[in-house]
Design a protein around this ligand. Structure first.
Ligand SMILES: Cc1cc2nc3c(=O)[nH]c(=O)nc-3n(C[C@H](O)[C@H](O)[C@H](O)COP(=O)(O)OP(=O)(O)OC[C@H]3O[C@@H](n4cnc5c(N)ncnc54)[C@H](O)[C@@H]3O)c2cc1C
Ligand code: SF4
Length: 337
């Protein structure tokens, strides 16, 4: 059995106190929300904080407020179950409700939070292993070593962004509010991520996600598709979030964002450009799917083979767009079947 190492647990009552405590204790401290990712990582010694600053008792970080007409504010402590069932989110931001409802298993969704999900660690077959396993094969640069075992000549880590809600929130144009000892700022969720498997977040370690803000739904349609090995629960091998705003039957705005294909969610602007100004026909959907597969460059460090993961990106993008168009199937889908 893997056991947690000893640590000190601090339970502040305000976000400002939590940020101050993390800043005070520096690299020895980490934030914990639901702990569904952090505690297993501590058991495997991927994380070795001596101090945990718990967010669970901070009331200001909970709850959902606002409306689809004016925009929604989601507290980062909102559980994934609550996000997946929230009436306004289900109705007006379905990509997010779907993505939250596909994370892991019901038990983990009841405890895991949306704040933890947008900040969740990147993953790699050589890293998400027990400490003895990693020691036996030789540690890699993400923890305790100095080379990348997937791409040994690379100077960077290619661990994969594996959050389900991050691409969905990105496609919906969400923003995140960050609070730290040096003040508060609100940034587009796209600006929260860096293309680096180790330093995958662009926020400072002492900054807390205090709010996730969704813009007015304003006629946007959205959806999220997830590829995983086990339907019951598994991290994404591919996530496709697609959001479109139509006027009549013409696409006026579009966002397609891929998850689990790089160290950060990867937007596919060329796919959006193909769609804007067009009607959603089989031909435009197929052209957009071709364009979306371009930014997906998976490496051989997660489940299934990377050529398959690249190929299936096109199929999932086509399926997502076909769903938004209300089609049962399209040419790309028929080709795969
Ligand atoms: C078996 C298993 C399967 C899983 N499957 C999936 C899956 O399919 N999809 C998926 O996306 N995830 C999956 N997860 C990971 C995890 O359960 C979820 O990502 C969950 O949403 C994490 O939320 P949490 O509140 O438990 O975060 P925690 O584990 O508490 O924290 C995760 C990270 O976020 C940071 N953090 C948390 N809250 C904040 C905040 N407000 N501000 C700043 N930093 C913060 C923590 O410091 C930590 O680095 C799985 C985990 C397990 C164990
Ligand atoms: S991509 Fe390379 S450095 Fe990063 S976790 Fe995997 S093996 Fe380690």
């Amino acid at each position: 059995m893997m056991r947690l190492p000893p640590f000190t647990y601090l339970a502040p009552r305000t976000a400002a106190d939590a940020a101050r405590l993390v800043a005070e204790h520096g690299p020895e401290a980490m934030l914990v929300a639901g702990g569904t990712d952090l505690y297993p990582n501590m058991k495997r010694r991927q994380f070795e904080p001596r101090i945990l600053v718990a967010l669970g008792g901070i009331r200001e970080l909970g709850g959902v407020s606002g409306s689809a007409r004016d925009g929604l504010r989601i507290g980062p402590l909102t559980t994934l179950t609550a996000v997946s069932r929230h009436r306004e989110i289900v109705r007006h931001y379905p990509a997010l409700a779907t993505a939250a409802g596909l994370v892991s298993s019901p038990q983990l969704r009841n405890v895991g939070t949306i704040g933890g999900n947008v900040c969740v660690d990147t993953r790699c077959n050589y890293y998400n292993q027990s400490q003895p396993w990693r020691k036996a094969i030789g540690f890699c640069m993400k923890k305790d070593g100095d080379i990348c075992l997937v791409a040994p000549s690379s100077s960077r880590c290619w661990a994969v962004s594996s959050s389900d809600t991050a691409p969905a929130l990105w496609s919906l144009g969400a923003r995140v509010r960050l609070a730290g000892p040096s003040g508060e700022r609100t940034v587009p969720i796209a600006a929260l991520y860096r293309d680096d498997g180790i330093e995958y977040l662009a926020k400072r370690a002492d900054e807390i996600v205090t709010e996730i803000v969704l813009p007015p739904a304003d006629g946007w349609r959205s959806t999220y598709l997830k590829l995983r090995r086990r339907g019951a629960f598994d991290f994404p091998i591919l996530g496709v979030a697609a959001a479109l705003r139509l006027e009549g039957d013409v696409v006026r705005e579009a966002r397609v964002v891929l998850g689990a294909v790089a160290s950060l969610p990867r937007e596919a602007p060329k796919a959006a450009a193909v769609l804007v100004g067009q009607r959603l026909t089989n031909e435009t959907i197929e052209a957009a799917a071709d364009a979306a597969a371009g930014p997906a460059r998976p490496l051989d460090n997660t489940d299934l083979t990377h050529p398959y993961r690249k190929k299936v990106t096109r199929v999932y993008v086509a399926r997502a767009l076909a769903r938004l168009a209300g089609f049962d199937h399209g040419p790309v889908l028929a080709e795969i079947a």
